[in-house]
Design a protein around this ligand. Structure first.
Ligand code: THU
Length: 135
């Protein structure tokens, strides 16, 4: 599967965004190692803090269907600038997907590819839970 297909799926996923408060639509497309594509969009809530980002929707959908290994995630918005994953999503991507490619897509369909590790240097992970001196 080529990168363009994943990019198009992220753009398509954006149409389902439920974002009446921010009016900021985001779509994500996650590629498994089997080359299955699982999409997500942001889903907002009147209690703003309950909003969930497109990336996390895609990743949690994938986990809930049994997928555990991934190659890349594409993230699309309508903005003239790229929409990088928020801090919470960076942590989730790192722990649940590893050092995958992150493809950002702006509102003009320009793309830029990063590694997950570029967005989260010096990450906190499961290894950090093993060195507790009080145990
Ligand atoms: N949002 C995402 O879905 N992904 C991101 O990477 C950044 C932000 C959503 C959350 C909220 O619904 C809207 O964009 C504005 O913050």
């Amino acid at each position: 599967m080529d990168k363009n297909e994943l990019v198009e799926k992220a753009i398509e996923a954006k149409q389902f965004s439920f974002s009446p408060y921010s009016k900021f639509r985001v779509g994500a497309a996650l590629q498994t190692i089997e080359d299955k594509i699982i999409t997500g969009c942001n889903v907002e809530n009147a209690s703003y803090g309950l909003t969930i980002c497109a990336e996390r929707v895609a990743i949690f959908k994938a986990y809930s269907e049994g997928y555990r290994k991934f190659k890349s995630i594409a993230i699309a918005s309508d903005d003239k600038n790229f929409c990088p994953p928020c801090g919470a999503c960076r942590q989730i991507i790192w722990e649940l997907c590893g050092d995958i490619d992150i493809i950002l897509i702006d509102g003009n369909k320009n793309t830029k590819v990063f590694k997950a590790s570029e967005f989260l240097p010096y990450p906190f992970g499961d290894e950090n839970l093993k060195g507790n001196v009080n145990e």
